[in-house]
Ligand binder design. Sequence first.
Ligand code: 3PG
Ligand code: MG
Length: 398
Amino acid sequence: MKTLDDLLGEGVSGRRVLVRADLNVPFDKSDPTVISDDGRIRAVLPTLVALRDAGAKVIVMSHLGRPKGAPDPAFTLAPVASRLGELLGAPVVFASDTVGSSATEAAAALLGGQVLLLENLRFNAGETAKDDASRGAFADELAALADVYVDDAFGAVHRKHASVYDVPARLPHYAGGLVVREVEVLRKVTETPEKPYVVVLGGSKVSDKLAVIKALLPKVDKLLVGGGMCFTFLKAQGHEVGKSLLEAEMIETCAALLAEADGRIVLPVDVVAATAFSADADHEIVGVADIPAEQLGLDIGPRSVALFNEAIASARTVFWNGPMGVFELAPFAAGTRGVAEAITKIDGFSVVGGGDSAAAVRTLGIDESGFGHISTGGGASLEYLEGKTLPGLAALES
Ligand code: 3PG
Ligand code: MG
């Protein structure tokens, strides 16, 4: 696949470059105008700066959240345009639509070295349409805005969407620096991980992670399971889990995975159980055999952290996706923090996969430089590890 370096080598001065970025950032729950983690904006800066400094007319496009194919002020990218301008140290022109008069006029008026951000791509039903014709029609209009296309939206490469899959079929296309780096890292942990290889999985649902567990099990030395999903595994081991998250229909699958793993799947031995899903709820540390019927587990306990950390400490490669507990609530953050800190200390290469885990690292104030790589893609990195063909990457390769 051609890359940003190839494009810069060809020269971009005065050319209109359409950059697909993943600026799908989280907002503060108490103030929905405040971006709570701008990691994804910062991750695409090097690509935008390189294009701008080379004199390109830079047109950036992204989705934000999941609006239903029509404009919805709750999902505007306007705050992202401001933040992007702050980070770039220069104002970013913001178009109030994607392919309408605001966008086409702003694109036509753009000077070399200027940056324009289009409004949320998902305000147009064509972006996520299942049928090729609707997506194609939207892609035609997007492609008409520019001369070349750069995909630096790693977090969205698993989506067969117009801006990811169809626009590159219509313009000379290049992978941005972030996409190149993400793929290089994920290829390394998929194809040639240095052993021992330890994978840490959390998050709420086993069903979301089943495919990746199946794909990774033959390759890993240890698979540590925390987060809400651990309770279905604990139930499969015969424990009662009270009111904890449980996917009853997955219990048999978990039992089969435990049998297949032959001791390589490591589960928590204690949890923090609470009377309610709330920071003020009464809570206690209990062994996994003693989870009270009326309580729910919201974090892994300290003995589990120690057990997981022992496996992590000897690893040469660690891939981590998914928090160990409800880290957003202070009483249930210790598991995620403990595991994350252990991962920063390994003598080897570590990858944090995923929006939530990456946000956890930054929210908990853990030193980001302690990790080998923090991926900007949650779903995308998991689907890569599953061995799936990712539409956005396939489009860049063809
Ligand atoms: C993400 O946050 O996972 C990416 O931005 C993709 O968003 P999506 O899951 O809504 O397609
Ligand atoms: Mg997602």
